[in-house]
Write a protein that binds this ligand. Structure first.
Ligand SMILES: *Cc1c(COP(=O)(O)O)cnc(C)c1O
Length: 373
């Protein structure tokens, strides 16, 4: 008898869960379904961006510009850095993979907050690194002292996420500077700023002001959230040239299509409008967060385009209740993350949340979050 062995895959694959994307909403008769599970921008892309996508442009038989010269030049102009200090990737997701690739293997360690972006365990786990998941403080903030203490002489990469996905708070500028002072300068520190455009807290860490001072710091950013181009897959980094040179060896050749590069550059041509729209979404976010707090929910400081309900064991029940209202939310076990969407969707969220609290009054017993600003 022939024995059939399973295909030999790396043992590291057993050490972390797969990335689970946000669900689609359930169809409920009479209700418009809304997907509030992926932190997408609910506004349409800017008209100029849609126009650029409608143009015929380059032939599909041609490879895109591998060096993304025009887009990197535009990023450099907008943020005041030479293009050599930027790189463009297939979403910030590819960047997180590449940053891990250039720093990490099974002899190194990785440090990141938890709960935070689900790709951190995935990318560092696949590299075989020993993972130090440092629990957030009760108010959803990073425990930077514990994170600094988790850094050893084997640490290859540290992730900071501001605003933190999924809980929402930002890191403060002074505390990040102090953290960077405490961490050895050869340890690569990634500041994931996927939601920086939505930040309104004046004390928040401002990556651009830190990246010149700390050569081991990398800013990870994306066109997926504030720019509303998640489907086009464009992310970028700002870092020192030696890190960028390393990244250029680790990214997929021709990973960002020409229409995507062009649309991202056009969106940056209208950067003021992008920021204005992000501020409008931030205003709605503040209203929703305050309304939920007034109902009795312990919503942490919310600085992205989403709010966090720390539901713990009731996360499944809330997700199900939302699903019955044709709303898809993101259930992350420790709680539920809800993206800022159209008004009708958010009104439904508030109604649902009020009814849920009435059925589960002990949820309101949580201490009020300190993040009311
Ligand atoms: C959405 C997100 C990203 C990257 O998304 P891409 O679509 O791959 O650019 C990175 N970090 C965080 C924290 C995110 O929420």
């Amino acid at each position: 008898m022939v024995t059939v062995d399973r295909t030999r895959l790396r043992a590291e694959l057993q050490t972390f869960p797969p990335y689970i994307p946000g669900r689609a909403p359930q169809e409920v008769p009479g209700l418009t379904p809304y997907r509030l599970s992926s932190n997408e921008n609910h506004l349409d892309p800017l008209p100029a961006v849609l126009e650029s996508l409608a143009q015929p442009g380059e032939l599909p038989s041609r490879y895109p510009d591998d060096a993304a010269v025009a887009l990197r030049a535009r990023i450099g102009e907008v943020f005041g850095v030479p293009p050599e200090r930027t790189i463009v990737t297939a979403g910030a997701s590819e960047l997180l993979v590449a940053l891990t690739q250039i720093t990490s293997d099974n002899r190194t360690e990785a440090v990141y907050p938890w709960p935070s972006f689900e790709m951190y365990p995935q990318v560092t786990g696949l590299a075989g690194a020993v993972r130090h998941e440092v629990p957030l403080l009760p108010d959803g903030q990073h425990d930077l002292d514990a994170m600094a203490a988790a850094v050893t002489d084997r640490t290859g990469i540290v992730f900071l996420c501001s605003p933190n996905n999924p809980t929402g708070p930002v890191l403060r500028h002074d505390e990040v500077a102090r953290f960077l002072d405490a961490v050895p300068s050869h340890v690569l520190v990634v500041l994931d700023e996927a939601y920086w455009e939505f930040v309104t807290d004046p004390d928040a860490a401002h990556g651009m002001d830190l990246v010149d001072e700390y050569p081991n710091l990398v800013l990870a950013r994306t066109f997926s959230k504030a720019h509303g181009l998640a489907g086009l897959r464009v992310g970028y980094a700002i870092a020192q040239e030696d890190v960028i040179e390393g990244l250029l060896k680790a990214v997929i050749p021709f990973g960002v299509t020409q229409p995507s590069q062009r649309a991202a550059a056009v969106s940056l041509d209208h950067h003021d409008e992008v920021l204005e729209r992000a501020r409008a979404i931030a205003g709605v976010r503040d209203e929703v967060a305050d309304a939920l707090r007034d109902q009795g929910w312990a919503v942490p400081q919310a600085q992205g385009n989403f709010v966090w309900l720390p539901l713990g064991e009731l996360s499944d029940a809330y997700e199900e209740a939302a699903s019955q209202q044709a709303l898809a939310v993101r259930n992350l076990d420790a709680g539920v993350r809800i993206s800022i969407g159209p008004d009708e969707a958010l009104e439904r969220v508030l109604e649902l949340s009020r009814a849920f609290l009435e059925e589960h009054p002990d949820q309101a017993d949580h201490p009020r979050s300190s993040g009311r600003h």
